[in-house]
Every structure is written in C-alpha cells, then in structure tokens.
Design a protein around this ligand. Sequence first.
Ligand SMILES: C[S@@+](CC[C@H](N)C(=O)[O-])C[C@H]1O[C@@H](n2cnc3c(N)ncnc32)[C@H](O)[C@@H]1O
Length: 259
Amino acid sequence: MSETSPEKAAQRQFGRQASRYAVSRAHATGTSLDVMVDWAKPTSADRVLDVATGTGFTAFAFAEASAEVAATDLTTNMLHEARRLAAERGLRNIRFLQAAAEALPCRAGSFDIATCRIAPHHFASVPTFLREIHRILRPGGRLVLTDSSSPEESEPYTWHQELERIRDTSHVRNYTPSEWRRFIPEAGFTLEELTTAHRTELVFSDWVRTSGSPPEVVAELRRRFIEASPAVRDAFQIREVEGDFHFSWMLVILLARPA
Ligand SMILES: C[S@@+](CC[C@H](N)C(=O)[O-])C[C@H]1O[C@@H](n2cnc3c(N)ncnc32)[C@H](O)[C@@H]1O
C-alpha cells in the first residue's frame, strides 16, 4: 500500500471521522437499506458478508433477519464504532474483521448474501472487489449493493466528481448507472434489478461536518454550490434554505447473482 493509495487515504479519512459517521443520519437511515433487505430476502439460515461496513448500519439491518453477519472494513476506528453500536443494540450475531474489499479473507462459496452500501466509490478497484464477491458467494447467492452515483451528463458528472474529491481525498470515483450495468456482468454476475429511484438527501452544513472538512475546504465547496449552473442545480436538486444548501445524490441500488 503506497503512502497515497486509496486505501491509505480512506484509513486516514475514516479513522479521523469514525465517531461522526456513527451519528450520521444519512448513513443510519435511508430507504436504500429497506430496498436492500427487501431484494436480498435474508432468512434465519443465511450467512451475510457486509463489505466496508463503516459504523455498521447495513450489517445491523441484515443481522436482525439472518443467522450471522461478517462485517468487514479497512479502518479500525470505524470497526470500533460499529462494535460499540452493535453492543448497544444487543446484536450478538455480527463478527467484525479488518479487510480490504479487494482481498477478502473468506473461503470461496461461504456466504449466501453479500452487501455493500455507500462505499465502492472509495475502492481502488471496483472490478477486483466484484470478483472477490463472486468468489465468496455460493451458487445462487445474491449481492445487494448501494452506492452514490453520478449522472451520465458530462457537466453534472464533472461537478460531482470534483466536489467529492475536494471534500474527501479518499474519494476515488462515483460511477454512472451505465458503468454499473457493465461492471456486474463483467465480474460474472447476472444483474436482476437496478434502480436509480432513490436519493440521499443532504444538508451542506451536516455534510461537511461528517467529513471534518477544514474552513478553507468548506469555503471552496460553498463557492461551487453558489456558482452551480442551472443544469447542476437541477441534477442535484440544490436549493438554498435559511443560508444553507439542501441537495441530494442519486443512488444506484442493485441486486445481482453469480451467473
Ligand atoms: C461511508 S462508509 C460506509 C457506510 C456503511 N456501509 C453504511 O451502510 O452505513 C465508507 C467505508 O468504506 C471503507 N472503505 C474505504 N475503502 C475501502 C476498501 N478498499 N476496503 C474496505 N473498506 C473500505 C471506509 O473505511 C469506510 O468505513
């Protein structure tokens, strides 16, 4: 892992901000969790792997309906917060382990369900991550994944990528829905569902607090919101409310099975 690798950047960013993610409403709630559980249909016999669990919200949603969850993340402080929250919730069927999404310490075919929510845009290689998921799922298993996604149109696409990189240097790239439609079969899956109908609703002041952005970065991000073109405002539903900006990111939510 080099000093500037996406893995190092993610560990630095999330290591510092773990306690803020633990109280982030955008991560704790959201319809994407309901869609993922609804599509994966976990049963009390299922073994679930949650990749890049962060402070554990997806693992918690699946733990309630499955036999056991293995929750992995690159960052020890995030896992520490996740363990604390799991104990607070009385969830005893979750095991936490430190691992990169691209190199999972799991036997081939050992899971019924794999989940990953709001994290692939930090991964060094989404194709490598997807091949790992394909390896650890049993035949007939399912992958349910959510990630913030960029519009296909070039102006909002570029605005979004630049903004996220300025806010959080561990951000690698948000993928468009058409890229996800290509990644999934290339990694050996059949894509069964993909929706872009759900969005993460955000408020600028909370969003920069969660990332712990310093004042000069906050000022640059604010400038970009103020100067956003009508096409960008429209794509991200940007509106000014009492001196703050409210906006939303499109989500890709998908269900896939090993082909
Ligand atoms: C926004 S949080 C995830 C949120 C969480 N999945 C949820 O549903 O609330 C992103 C997480 O991705 C992790 N991460 C980033 N790159 C990673 C990688 N290559 N492998 C594993 N975890 C990674 C970070 O440590 C961080 O905890």
